[in-house]
Design a protein around this ligand. Sequence first.
Ligand code: GLA
Ligand code: ZN
Length: 688
Amino acid sequence: MAPRPPAPLFPAFPRLLHGGDYNPEQWLHQPEVIVADFRLMREAKCNAMSVGIFSWAMLEPEEGRFDFAWLDGIMSRLANQNMKAVLATPSGAKPAWLSLKYPEIRRMNDQGLRDPHRGRHNHCRTSPVYREKTAIINRMLAERYKDHPALLLWHVSNEYSGDPCHCPLCFEAFRQWLKQRYHGNLEELNQAWWSTFWSHRFSQWEEITAIDPSMHGMVLDWKRFITDQAVDFFRNEIEPLREFTPNVPVTINMMGTYMGLNYWKFAPYIDIASWDSYPAWHSEPDEFRVAADTAFNHDLNRSFKGQPFLLMESTPSQVNWQPICKPKRPGMHILSSLQAVAHGADSVQYFQWRKSRGSSEKFHGAVVDHDGSAENRVFQEVARLGSMLEKLAPVAGSDTPAEIAVVFDWENAWAIDGHQGFQNREKHYGDEVRAHYRELWRRNLAADVVDADADFSRYKLVIAPMLHMVRTGADRRLADYVRQGGILLLSFLSGMVNENDLCWLGGFPGGELAAVAGLRVTETDAFYPDQRQTVHAVNGNILGLRGEYDVQHYADLIQLKGAEAVMAYGQEFYANTPAVTVHAFGKGACYYLGARVKEPFLTDFYTGLVKRHSLRSAVQGQIPAGVSAQLRRAGNRTFLFLMNFTTEARAVTLPVGQTCRDLLEDRDISGTVKLPAYGVRVLAGAAG
Ligand code: GLA
Ligand code: ZN
C-alpha cells in the first residue's frame, strides 16, 4: 500500500483525545464537585469528555418537559477550558415515565414476558414510540448544540445490544425483513431454511411467530435481522444529527468481538469506529495472551473503517465486573493505553472520570476516586499519560500498514455456535482465530482483522481459520486471490455451509475452495479429553517442520487432490494420512491445517511460514520476547512503538547508524533503546 498523508479524524482538533465518560448530572446537588472536576481535568491533561450518555431522565424529567440548563453549563465549562465534548444521545437508558406510559418500548422475552423497567440497554429496537422519543431528544440536542464550540463528536447511544426482543412488533418487522430477503416468495424461504425437515414448512408468513433453534437457517436470519434492526435504529437516531450537524462525525462504542451484533454492518454508516476495552491484565502468569488478544481487538476496530479508531472506554485501574477485579499494576495503565494508540487509536478515553457514589458501578475504576484526590497512584498515572499524549500529537491521523489479514467473521461464528455435530463442547472459533493472531503478534507482524466479505487483494497473506461458512461468491473471491499470488490459510471445518447454513454439496471444502486447497475432507474426527492423536512432520516438507505434536478437539481426514502433505497423523485408522497440507494454486498457495494442534505447533508452523514467504515485521533485527513493536505511518514519517509487556527490563538495538527521535523524552536516540518493566518508547522516523 502506498503511504497516505496523515488524515486526522478531527482536522480542527488534530491531537490524541484524552478524557472519558463524565456524569456531572449525578453531582448537580454538590456543585463544588463539578468545580473540582474541571480543575482535576486540567491537571490530568484531559481534552475531551463524553457527556450525556445516561442523562435522559435529567434532560427530559417528564414527557415533553426538557431541562438543558445543566448541560449548557457543562458544555460552556468544557469550551472555556478548551476542551471538547463527545456528546452522547441518551437512548442507552430510558426514563421510567417512558416505560410506564409506553410498555411497548420494553423488550419481551421468548415466553412473551416483558422486561420490567430496570437496568439499561434493554429497549425494543422496533418500537415506533421509542424511535420517535429518541429522535425528539436527539433533535433537541443537535439543534441546541450544533454551533457549540465544544461539540466534537456524536457518541450515539451506548454499547448497542443484540439481545433479542420477541415482541409482536419485532416479529412483524422480522416477517417484513424476510419477505424482502426472499423476494416475497415463501417457497424460497422454505428452501433456504430446509424447512421440510421435521415438518417445519411454512405456508403463510403469519406462521413465523417464534424462533426455532433446530432451524439453523432461521436462527441465522434472526441474528441478521437483529443486527439490521439495530443499524436501522441507529440510522433513525442519527437522522437529526446529520440534519443539524452534517460536519460532526458520529460513532458508536462497540464491544470487541461481542457476538450479538455483526459490527461490520455498522461500518458504512459510522464515521469513526470506537470501542470499549477491558482486558483482564495480571490474570495470568505473564501478559502475553491478554496483550495479544487486546491487540487483536484494536486491529479489528482499525479495520472497520481502514483508518484510526477511538478507544472510547477503558479503566484507569480495575473494573467491577470481572470475577476478580485487579487494579492495574504501576505502569500498566500507560502501557495498555499506548498499546491502543500503537494499533491505531487516536484517543485514550475512560470509563469513568469519577466514581459514582452509589449504584452498581460505585467501585468501578475511575480517574477520580471517592477520595476526590489528585494524590493517589491511579490519578497520577493518568496525569502522566495525559502529558505523554500531548507529546504524541503528531501521531494523530497516521495509518497502520499491514500486509496480513486475519479473518474473523460474525456469521461464521454464529453458524459454528449454532450447529450440532463433530464437537459440541470445545468449538472455540474466536479462540482459534486469536491463536493464529497471537503468532503474528509475537513476531511483530502487523495485521488487519477483516470478515469474509473483505477485499483480500491488498494482502500478501490471508489467515482464515475455521471458515465453516463460505457464502456464495466468497469461494470465488478467495480463489481469485490465491490465483493472483495470495497466500491463503484455511483450517478444519472449512467450507461446509453456505450463507443459509445449508451444506455445500459435492464434498468439503465446498465451491471453488476444493480446487484452491487441492484436497477433499472425507470425515472429521473428534476427541474426548483423554484420547490421543498426534501429527508428525513429513520428511522434507516445505516449511522445514520437524517433530511431533498433540492434536485436540478436531481432526479432518484428508484426501489429496493435488496438495502435498506437510504433516501427517500419527494414530488411529487414518495414521500416516495428511493432516497439514500445502497446495500451489495459480501464482499463490493454500495451506490447510486439518487439525487443532496443541502448542507449540502454531509457533513452529508460523516460523516456517514467515521464513518461506518473507513476511516482514515492523522492525528489523531481534525484538526480545514480551516486547511488542508496532508501526504507524504518516506520509514518509513513521512512529515506532516499542512496548515491554514483561516485568523485567528489556533492550532493543536499533540498526547501526540509525537515529530517531524519542517523542516522549524529546531527544535523539540511537544504538540501544532501554525499556523498563512495562515501559514504552515511541520513536519517530525509525522506519524498520
Ligand atoms: C461498559 C459501559 C459503561 C460501563 C462500563 C463498565 O463499557 O459502556 O457504561 O458500564 O462498561 O466497565
Ligand atoms: Zn420488540
